[in-house]
Design a binder for this molecule. Structure first.
Ligand SMILES: Cc1ncc(COP(=O)(O)O)c(C=O)c1O
Length: 402
């Protein structure tokens, strides 16, 4: 097909503007650029927003996950349950502490961790579970809490995609002992890079505050401020995971818009779903009734048995029509590192593999214009319709080497 590209629609465009610029300019004029009073203010407002007892701002969601596992004193050889359909950060933090990530298959409806498979993989070394709220749809937290109680596991939620989101009316961030958020450039609240860990455990909050800044006891960041003193004590070999007031300035502006931005994404998701439900070869994301998604991602799934083309060809055709897409995620057990270190093989986690082959993430962000939404709908619909083959079942396989 040689259709002319009307307008290139990127997979993501950050929703930042004049208000963020003004907030950053103010920090620069004030001259306090690293962690300070604005970070504390952002932590307080964030904790209130998600209904958490404590919020600790850090340099990334990866750092947040790492600090939570450190706070529960994860030991070398300990095992942690992690869904295979996630970004490598969720599992690599277990390795940082000498632990073993035990990869778990997913539920084919929600794409979230399959708890029956998780339970089968529990051993006497299993210490924790890291449920990932994929695309922003919360996992079944009631079931996860029951499992954790029954098998004595700690829970660290990976909510990199799930701000704001809720489960049975309660916001993600207040449901478990630990919840980690990401403010990476493509996320629903961005500070460029950054993360937050919320917790209900006061002692763990204190530990994480210390470990995010070199293991320096109590408000180490204040040592250069007017109320601080030059004297400090290093209690642990900590990390350099602190946030900055430049990030906090962005975060404070973004937090105010968080609900409105989610509403816009929800509207786009509705538009997509309304249009695509008329197309036989497309399967649409469904949010279960007892939860609300942040709609960070809109993951479309192809009914490959009804199509003459595979997922990669579909993505290629969208690209030709100017539409940027992504895939969430290549299952971790197929990545060279996890195969090599932990002996995973193709076929080990079949649901994740089959869903991976069918998945395409479409653009969904608050700055999408009406004509851009229309362009995505038109392109997806026409590519699917042109490639539909009513009768024959086509076989699709994972490319060797992935
Ligand atoms: C599910 C998930 N967890 C963790 C992360 C890591 O986030 P960060 O880049 O803030 O460390 C990501 C990043 O994309 C993610 O998608």
């Amino acid at each position: 097909m040689t259709s002319k590209i009307l307008h290139r629609i990127p997979f993501h465009r950050a929703a930042v503007g004049e208000e963020e610029i003004a907030a950053l300019a103010e920090v620069i004029r004030d001259g306090w650029l690293t962690m300070g009073a604005r970070t504390v203010e952002f932590e307080n407002q964030f904790a209130q927003y998600v209904g958490a007892s404590h919020a600790v701002a850090v340099s990334s969601c990866t750092a947040a996950l790492h600090l939570a596992l450190e706070a529960i004193d994860l030991q070398p050889g300990d095992e942690v349950l992690v869904p295979t359909t996630t970004f490598t950060a969720t599992a690599e933090v277990v390795v940082y502490l000498g632990g073993r990530p035990v990869l778990v298959d997913i539920d084919t409806e929600t794409l979230n961790i399959d708890l029956r498979d998780a339970e089968r993989r529990i051993t006497s070394r299993t210490r924790a579970i890291i449920p990932v709220h994929l695309a922003g749809q919360p996992c079944d937290m009631a079931e996860i809490h029951q499992l954790a109680k029954r098998r004595n596991l700690r829970i660290v939620e990976d909510a990199a995609h799930a701000l704001p989101a809720s489960y049975r009316g309660q916001p993600v961030g207040s449901l478990s002992e630990f919840t980690a958020f990401s403010f990476y450039a493509t996320k629903t609240l961005t500070t460029g890079e950054g993360g937050m860990i919320t917790t209900e455990n006061a002692a763990a909050a204190e530990r994480m505050r210390m470990m995010r800044l070199h293991g320096i006891a109590r408000d180490g960041w204040k040592r250069y401020s007017a109320e601080g003193t030059w004297y400090y004590e290093v209690q642990q070999a900590g990390y350099k995971y602190n946030f900055t007031d430049l990030q906090a300035a962005l975060g404070l502006v973004q937090l105010k818009k968080c609900d409105a931005m989610r509403e816009t994404r929800r509207r786009i998701a509705k538009r997509y779903t309304k249009a695509f439900q008329m197309v036989d070869s497309l399967e649409l994301p469904r949010v279960l009734e007892d939860r609300e998604s942040s709609w960070h991602l809109y993951i479309l799934r192809l009914a490959l048995d009804k199509l003459r083309i595979d997922r990669d060809q579909f993505i290629g055709a969208l690209n030709q029509q100017g539409i940027g897409t992504s895939v969430h995620f290549i299952p971790l057990h197929l990545q060279p590192y996890y195969r090599r270190e932990f002996g995973y093989r193709l076929g080990d986690l079949p649901n994740a593999e089959s869903q991976y082959l069918r998945s395409i993430s479409l653009p969904i962000y608050p700055t999408m214009r009406e004509e851009e939404i229309e362009q995505v709908i038109a392109a997806v619909t026409s590519i699917a319709r042109e490639a539909e083959c009513p009768s024959s079942a086509t076989q699709h396989a994972i490319t060797p080497g992935i």
